[in-house]
Design a protein around this ligand. Structure first.
Ligand code: HEM
Length: 509
């Protein structure tokens, strides 16, 4: 009895303290609920919403169930699905025209609150910022991806690709199966450090590099936070979730980038002698550009840190997933692999010369293969926006407070657009196929004002690395294609990694 009295007093106190907040929350949810009912979607229960449709404790099952659900609504011809992640209202976009209207809209450029978990890590860098800060940053950073800068990076892609070939040579000699994913990740990390930061960390020869593992875990924990809404309450995040581990790995990652920046800033101050001559920003690598902006008083130390962390993360995790999936798909489709090899031989013959930009342009078939694996396995499986003010897009009314989630993973497997969407077929990217479908049918790099700033960089890196790979090796897989399940964390992962057998090529001597 005594206990009940205390509990009642406690609850009443909480209510009195937070009644305004609770009142506003319920009022806003009821309003959103009214409009959400107009969208197609499964029945939603109070509190749990539509979570009963999926298993949020098993990511693999969650993915299969979400994909089946999406295919069901695609087949019905729906463009969007209204969902409730517990109390969180989501509108999933699954058709190209809706994606186009949303991504091209200048009214919904603010990222969804699901990105909040990234703030301690990426701050409000280019990926997570909004409004005038985002516009200003995008303008300032765009020169770092000018073709003049990208062309200079080709020698780095070449060099790191050759280190990668050396790393996997022992497996090619032994014929043993190896999970190529950690090798590809270290390669991609070395590439982004060398190109954008101008720093060599040699992760490929230093397998215990803690940064790679910590980024992997941060991305995994962040996805857990997104998927399980109760973890958004701090006490539950720390008591029942991976809160402490998240903080520990966050420190490892940010300490690493802080050290890189400090060293480069010291170097910059030592050698930067001519402030009178205006440097051409279109020929500066990323970190050099940031340091120049700091020197001009346009950025401070924290601004640089958040951009460096953003680019280090976006710049290596995305490309490594994409290259891994491409090798996995080609290992299971030897006829497509042979076509890539023929193309590569046609360009390089038996020579070991480095790649040129012209070579990259000639890799048309490889490009189709890369695009097809990004269609089936988009490195960024979903991205979201928050509706900050009521808005009408494509005739649909989106009330303030809902999250719009664009899902390349589901949209790019729409059976009304792609025949056999779950089958790997590079011919989906032949000119006539591309010409015959909506331009937003495949959007792995997003589109519109907030599209991926690193798209060209990524394609250059992937073409250089994969073409080097097939100059020397072939690849086969012993485990069935479908056994490697999709794990849609922040960046799309594979349940098995990429276990492949690498064979020396003997036909190109
Ligand atoms: C296969 C490789 C890649 C894929 C599939 C990819 C995909 C994407 C997607 C879908 C977005 C939009 C995300 C959103 O709206 O939340 C994005 C944004 C971004 N990407 Fe990439 N990306 C790749 C490689 C890269 C690389 C190599 C870099 C840097 C060197 C990079 C840097 C960024 C940045 C900074 C943004 C934020 C842009 C903005 O909001 O203005 N990405 N990327």
């Amino acid at each position: 009895m005594h206990f009940l009295n205390i509990a009642t007093i406690f609850l009443i106190t909480i209510f009195l303290f937070y009644y305004k907040l609770i009142y506003n929350f319920i009022r806003d949810r009821l309003r959103i609920y009214k409009y959400m009912r107009k969208f197609d979607g499964p029945y939603s229960f109070p509190i749990i919403g539509t979570l009963y449709m999926v298993n949020i404790f098993d990511i693999s099952k969650f993915t299969t169930q979400s994909m089946e659900l999406a295919q069901y609504y695609c087949q019905k011809g729906c463009g969007t699905i209204g969902l409730w992640l517990g109390p969180v209202p989501l509108i999933a976009v699954i058709n190209p025209q809706h994606a186009k209207e949303i991504l091209e809209s200048n009214e919904v450029i603010t990222k969804a609150e699901e990105y909040d978990i990234l703030f301690p890590w990426l701050g409000t860098g280019l990926l997570t910022s909004t409004g005038s800060k985002w516009r200003q940053r995008r303008k300032m950073l765009t020169p770092a991806f000018h073709f003049k800068v990208l062309n200079d990076f080709l020698s780095v892609h070449d060099y790191q690709a050759k280190v990668f070939l050396e790393q996997i040579k022992p497996y090619a000699d032994s014929g043993k199966e190896v999970d190529l994913f950690p090798y590809i990740k270290r390669l991609a990390l070395d590439v982004i450090c060398d190109t954008s930061m101008g720093v060599t960390i040699d992760a490929q020869n230093n397998h215990d590099h803690q940064y790679v593992e910590s980024v992997r875990l941060l991305s995994e924990y962040a996805f857990e936070w997104i998927l399980r809404p109760w973890l958004r309450l701090k006490p539950l995040w720390y008591l029942t979730g991976p809160g402490h581990e998240y903080d520990r790995h966050l420190k490892i990652v940010t300490d690493f980038t802080k050290t890189v920046i400090k060293e480069k800033w010291e170097e910059f101050q030592k050698f930067h002698v001519d402030p009178v001559v205006k440097t051409d920003k279109r020929s500066m690598a990323f970190l050099d550009l940031l340091l120049e902006l700091r020197n001009e008083g346009l950025m401070n130390e924290d601004d640089i840190r958040e951009e460096v962390d953003t680019f280090m993360f976006e710049g290596h995790d995305t490309t490594s997933a994409s290259m891994g999936w491409t090798l996995w798909c080609l290992a299971h489709n030897p006829e497509f692999q042979e076509k890539v090899i023929q193309e590569v031989d046609g360009i390089f013959g038996t020579s070991d010369r480095d790649c040129t930009n012209d070579d990259l342009k000639q890799m048309k078939y490889l490009e189709k293969c890369l695009k097809e694996s990004l269609r089936m396995y988009p490195s960024v499986p979903f991205f979201g926006r928050t509706v900050e003010q009521d808005v009408v897009i494509n005739g649909d009314f989106f009330p303030k407070g809902v999250r719009i989630i664009v899902m390349p993973l589901l949209l790019q497997r729409n059976p009304l657009i792609f025949d056999n969407p779950n089958q790997y077929n590079p011919e989906n990217f032949s000119e006539d196929k591309i010409g015959s479908r909506h331009a937003y049918s495949d959007i792995p790099f997003s589109a519109g004002p907030r599209n991926c700033i690193g798209q060209k960089f990524a394609m250059m890196e992937e073409k250089a690395v994969i073409s080097w790979f097939f100059r020397k090796y072939r690849v086969t897989a012993s485990q069935p294609f479908g056994m490697n399940k999709i794990l849609p964390e922040l960046i799309l992962k594979s349940s098995l990694g990429f276990p492949l057998t690498v064979h020396h090529r003997t036909d190109n001597k």
